[in-house]
Write a new protein. Sequence first.
Length: 176
Amino acid sequence: MALHVVYALGTGHVVGALARTGADAPADAAALVGRALPLRVSLGDGRIATLPLSAGKLGVAAVDDEPGALADPLAFGVELTSEDKPKPELVRLAGWDDGIALAKDGITITVQVPANRTIPVVALISDEQDTHVLAGEIPAQQTQVKLPVTLTAGSEHGVLVLAAGWAGRLGREKVT
């Protein structure tokens, strides 16, 4: 069996994993996921938010066996070589519990420890039939970024946050 992962090109987060026997997985993410990889979040009362990650922003990599990637893919990342090829070893990303604040005028993403480099950030926020796709950066030596989006006070949304170097966060958030 070989482990293959689908990962976000901008941040390196593993967003899906599959163990295959026999043939290699396709090198093109669209051949595996179609036009987009849907990540789903329960909003309660039988409502589900779907956050689609575009296949054009995803990569596929054959990696060393890591059973944890099948159970919790967002806890792992793919690093690239100097030739922009995925390394076979997955990286376990730093976990975080707090740090996402949804407000009427945007989402604030806060990591616990400032990095010595700029941290790329991607956030997807469900909103009825649409999905807001936001991108930004946490500057070096800083711990947060606010990405602008207009939301209704008190509403609940499915949210996916990918901050490079930190485990991905997928869940339900309420606008304060």
